[in-house]
Write a protein that binds this ligand. Structure first.
Ligand code: GLU
Length: 333
């Protein structure tokens, strides 16, 4: 059976619609840029426009992202934009034991294995595959004998991978309807292969943590940049294995710099920090972001509440291409 999620399924007549629960899930690796602000605004507006709740989760699993100052600045930037939340901030770094329990549960099912491949071995063996830079893992360590595992463990701490079904097994083909990008189908064996659930430095992998959090926190919709669209299939698959109900997914277009580069937290000129330092008002920023998806006229100033009132997923569905963002127009010359 193909794992299929009817995302826009009409609830049965008379059945009360469960309240929407959205989430903001920033990684504190730097200040927010306009692209982060755009997806946070859409995630918030989507949940609030349905009368739903919002959870703030700080994704600081990677020790390099465990920077309380950065986390505090993200919280300030969100508030400055006019975004609020009902729960959190919840820090992923406080939840390691919860993730490890779930990794154990998968190991008990016999569907995980230690992987000793180094990053350079992986890069040499395969070409970058999916648009998110995922490598198709060729299964190098899948068949290691217990003796080989013991021998290799003496030299190198292994990562942990999750086995995905063979290409011809329909269980490994995930079909879902994205709120922004429509029907999506992905064969895991073909797109990513066995994927990491724990890194060799012991850090729990993003895919595992995000599923456990979203499901355990009762999140009903995950809204984020379209670079994470290919991850959704892995996340739906993992949720199924862990006996959890996956949320709906809605991806939004990416913002790119005027020269076509994808915005990154290093693009200081497009950070909220730079705009705030120049005393640009949040209404100008929200107005600019709204204009990218036809919710405001160019130059119109609106606040987050206006954005929410005007928001519908149709706006995203009719603006799916990457957006050239030029915040320099907002800065004084
Ligand atoms: N923490 C990720 C980021 O800041 C988002 C992950 C997600 O939304 O699933 O880009």
């Amino acid at each position: 059976m193909t794992t299929s999620l009817p995302q826009d399924a009409t609830p049965q007549e008379g059945a009360p619609k469960p309240p929407a629960v959205g989430r903001l899930a920033p990684t504190p690796s730097g200040r927010m840029h306009l692209g982060n602000a755009f997806s946070a605004l859409v995630a918030w507006a989507s949940a609030r426009s349905q009368g739903g709740r919002v959870i703030l989760r700080i994704e600081d699993l990677d020790p390099r992202a465990q920077d309380p100052q950065n986390a505090q600045m993200l919280v300030d930037d969100l508030r400055w934009l006019g975004i609020d939340w009902d729960e959190g901030p919840v820090y992923q770094s406080d939840r390691t034991d919860v993730y490890l329990q779930q990794i154990d549960a998968l190991a008990q099912k016999g569907i995980t294995y230690p992987c000793f491949c180094t990053r350079s071995e992986l890069h040499a063996a395969t070409a970058p595959h999916a648009s998110d830079g995922t490598y198709l893992y060729p299964g190098t360590c899948r068949g290691l004998s217990p003796r080989e595992v013991a021998e290799r463990s003496r030299k190198r701490r292994p990562a942990t991978r999750l086995m995905v079904p063979a290409e011809d097994d329909p269980n490994g083909t995930i079909v879902f309807e994205d709120l922004g990008y429509g029907a999506h189908e992905e064969c895991l064996a073909h797109e990513c292969g066995d994927f990491l659930i724990r890194r060799s430095d012991g850090v729990v992998a993003y895919q595992l943590a995000v599923v456990v959090d979203d499901c355990q926190m009762g999140v009903t919709e995950v809204v984020r940049g379209r670079d994470l669209l290919p991850s959704s299939a892995r996340q739906i698959y993992l949720a199924g294995l862990l006996g959890m109900t996956p949320p709906r997914y809605g991806h939004v277009p990416l913002l790119v710099a005027p020269d076509g580069r994808r915005l990154s937290k290093r693009d200081h000129d497009l950070s909220l920090q730079a705009l705030r330092e120049e005393n640009v008002s949040p209404k100008v920023v929200v107005g600019l972001l709204a204009s990218y998806i036809g919710l405001a006229e160019g130059g119109e100033e609106i606040d987050a509440a206006d954005f929410e009132r005007r928001f519908s997923w149709d706006a995203i569905r009719s603006h799916r291409d990457d957006i050239q963002a030029d915040a320099s127009a907002l800065l004084p010359r």
